[in-house]
Design a binder for this molecule. Structure first.
Ligand code: FES
Length: 118
C-alpha cells in the first residue's frame, strides 16, 4: 500500500489530491463525506480520464456535498462515484482501495490500473 496522509488531513466535505505512483501529477484523490474517507482515481469518465480539479485539491462542488469535474461540470455522488448530473450521467469514477491503520495513517492500493472506458 502507498502512504497518502493522516486521516485528519482531509476535513468533512473536503478533498486532497495525491501522486502516490510518482507520475508528476495527482492521479488519486481522497474525499471525506459523512465522516468517511473514499479514494478515487483522478480521471473523469466523460473524456477519457481527464483530470477533474480546477486547482489543487478542489474536487468537491461549491456546497461540499458532491464531487465535481470542473472541465464540463459533471457531478458525482461521493458515496458511489456515480455521475448524477452533467454530460456523463450513469458513468462512474474508478474507486480505489483505501486503508487506515491504527494510527490514522491513510494508504491507497499499491498499483492503479485504468478501468475500461465505457
Ligand atoms: S471531462 Fe469531466 S465533465 Fe467533461
Amino acid at each position: 500500500m502507498k502512504h497518502l496522509c493522516h486521516e485528519a488531513g482531509v476535513g468533512e466535505g473536503r478533498a486532497r489530491g495525491f501522486d502516490p505512483y510518482d507520475t508528476g501529477c495527482d492521479t488519486v484523490f481522497v474525499v471525506r463525506h459523512d465522516g468517511r474517507l473514499r479514494a478515487w482515481r483522478n480521471a473523469c469518465p466523460h473524456v477519457a480520464g481527464a483530470p477533474m480539479a480546477w486547482r489543487r485539491d478542489e474536487y468537491p462542488d461549491a456546497g461540499g456535498r458532491l464531487i465535481a469535474c470542473h472541465a464540463h461540470g459533471a457531478r458525482f455522488d461521493p458515496d458511489t462515484g456515480r455521475c448524477i448530473r452533467g454530460p456523463c450521467v450513469g458513468l462512474s469514477l474508478q474507486p480505489l482501495v483505501l486503508e487506515i491503520d491504527g494510527h490514522g495513517e491513510v494508504y491507497v492500493q499499491e498499483h492503479i490500473h485504468a478501468q475500461q472506458e465505457e
